[in-house]
Structure formats: structure tokens, C-alpha cells
Design a protein around this ligand. Structure first.
Ligand code: CUA
Length: 316
């Protein structure tokens, strides 16, 4: 019976907030449903033809109109602002979150730790530390869902999706795919193993590590000859991540994971101001796994100040 719960465990830093908002919604809905049913029965009896043979003419009461407009308005404003606050918090990745790579495919979850350890349908993580998932799909839309953490995010092919959480209690939690993705969808399940930081370090030490993503990305950077242009004829990538970039069409954007991804696959989509559009496309030359690694490497590049910096825009 322990496996069958009416309500999932609550094990992340936001799950308590999500539950309180959820129970508030249930309470509001239950109250008004009950009120409406009671009034239906009361009015049906009170104003039946037998008890009320000559109906009076009813005049509009503005007080009543205003009251039953204002009260629901206040309630929905509360629901909206409360929900929006939780949603924004759930979307805003805290600084210093540990980045885990997730690759979804029919029908499994492949995960990789910053130190290189790979897992299939499993993810070991430390308790009490924000974890950011950088997720990509190799085929169709999947959805990463951990009920105990109250988080769920689609993983779309052709882009990176991110999500973060911080686990509050050690234990094992269900991982589901929550988007129908083919005949093996129901078997696309796994578990999240949350461990105390010390136990996690031990787990890392005892698990054979493949090459860390940043190292693999560094090799790809040379293998695809990115280094022959970037920093010379093409803008340097050092300090690019997270900075505002000036584009050739006059607009600007923040260089995030998806911008770097798009610039590798479709370089001309958003071209940096001041440089000739010479970069070839790497569409169909790179697997999703290679893209994740390459982007991880580019994100790791610091500029001379040891920090991130604005892309240099040379004089025209
Ligand atoms: Cu993957 Cu459903």
C-alpha cells in the first residue's frame, strides 16, 4: 500500500508551495460548488409554485451586483498572483545550480553528470543543492515529470529545455515520461535517487566516469574546426554565455543555451553585428549528444578577465 498513495510525497523546495496553492484552489472550488448546490435546493423549495404562487417583480440591486463581482475578482487576483509567483520561482534557475544533462529518446532517459558519470533511467543527485537539468530530445516530444518534486517539463526535439529543482529529503522518487511518445511510452520511467551530499560524493567516486561533457565539447570544438575562425575572423566565444549580444539586424538578445544551439545549426538565423556571415551550418553533422557537449564547452569559456564579457563588436 505504501506504493499506492493518493497524494505524492513532497520532496522539493517548491513542492510545499505548489501543494498549498493546489489545496486553496480545491477549497475555493469546493466551497462554491457546495454553496451553489445548497442555494439550488433552497430556492427550489422556497420559491416553488405552491409556496410562492404570485411572484414579485424583482428590481436590480446594485449593491448585490457589485459585491458578487468584487469578491470573485479578488479571489481570482489572489489565485493569479499566487500561482504566478510560484511559477516564476519554479522557472528561475538559481545561480550556481549544478548542471545535469538529460537526453530523452524512444524510450529511455539518458543522464550525465558534470563530472562525466552517465546513467540510464536513473539520476543520482545530492539533497539540498539546486540542480538544473539541460534537456534535449533525440526524436519526439517527451516530458520529464517527477511528481514528488511537483515539476514537469516537456522535452522538445530541436531545442534545449531547462528545469531546476532542489530536493529536500533523501530517498527514491519516481520519474515518468508525461507526454505520449509512442508504443514504449509507458515504459519510459525511471527513478531519482536523492542522497546526502557525502553519500553523493561517494557515489560519484565509485561510479566509472566517462569524459566530462565540457572535455568532450572541447574536442568537438577542434574536430569541427570551430577554433580556426572563432577568435579571429569570427567573434570570440569567451565570456559569451549569459551576455547581451548585438545582432546584425540591430536587435539584441541574451546568449543562452538555445541561442548558442541555433547559431551552430543555423548560423545565419541571428548573426552577430560586424562580422561577415561566413559560418557554415552544422545541421545534420552533429548528434544531440554532441550538441549538448559542444554548448557545455562554449558556456564554460571565460574571457581574459576570468568572467563573461560582451561580444566585441569591431568598428565597421
Ligand atoms: Cu517519452 Cu512518453
Amino acid at each position: 500500500m505504501n506504493e499506492f498513495r493518493l497524494f505524492p510525497q513532497s520532496a522539493s523546495s517548491i513542492s510545499g508551495d505548489v501543494d498549498r496553492a493546489y489545496f486553496f484552489l480545491i477549497a475555493v472550488a469546493t466551497f462554491f460548488t457546495g454553496l451553489i448546490f445548497v442555494l439550488i435546493v433552497y430556492f427550489a423549495l422556497r420559491y416553488s409554485r405552491k409556496r410562492n404562487p404570485n411572484p414579485e417583480h424583482v428590481h436590480t440591486s446594485y449593491t448585490l451586483e457589485i459585491v458578487w463581482t468584487i469578491i470573485p475578482l479578488i479571489i481570482v487576483i489572489v489565485i493569479f498572483s499566487w500561482g504566478a509567483k510560484i511559477y516564476v520561482h519554479a522557472l528561475t534557475v538559481p545561480d550556481g545550480a549544478m548542471e545535469i544533462h538529460v537526453l530523452a529518446k524512444q524510450w529511455m532517459w539518458k543522464t550525465q553528470h558534470p563530472t562525466g558519470q552517465r546513467e540510464i533511467n536513473e539520476l543520482h543527485i545530492p539533497v539540498g543543492r539546486p540542480v538544473r537539468l539541460m534537456m534535449a530530445s533525440q526524436d519526439v516530444i517527451h516530458s520529464f515529470y517527477v511528481p514528488a518534486f511537483r515539476i514537469k517539463r516537456d522535452v522538445d526535439p530541436g531545442r534545449f529545455n531547462q528545469m531546476w529543482f532542489e530536493v529536500t529529503a533523501a530517498g527514491e522518487y519516481h520519474l515518468f515520461c508525461a507526454e505520449y511518445c509512442g508504443s514504449g511510452h509507458s515504459s519510459m520511467i525511471g527513478r531519482i535517487v536523492a542522497m546526502d551530499p557525502g553519500a553523493y560524493q561517494q557515489w560519484l567516486a565509485g561510479t566509472p566516469a566517462q569524459e566530462p561533457p565540457v572535455r568532450s565539447g572541447e574536442k568537438l570544438f577542434v574536430q569541427f574546426a570551430c577554433n580556426t575562425c572563432h577568435g579571429q575572423r569570427a567573434p570570440t566565444l569567451a565570456g559569451l554565455y549569459g551576455r547581451r549580444v548585438q545582432l546584425a539586424d540591430g536587435s539584441t538578445l541574451i546568449a543562452d543555451d538555445n541561442y548558442i544551439r541555433e547559431s551552430i545549426l543555423s548560423p545565419n538565423a541571428k548573426f552577430v553585428a560586424g562580422y561577415p556571415p561566413l559560418m557554415p551550418t552544422y545541421q545534420s553533422l552533429m548528434s544531440e549528444e554532441q550538441l549538448i557537449d559542444l554548448v557545455a564547452y562554449i558556456k564554460s569559456l571565460k574571457n581574459a578577465a576570468g568572467d563573461t564579457g560582451i561580444l566585441p563588436v569591431p568598428p565597421k
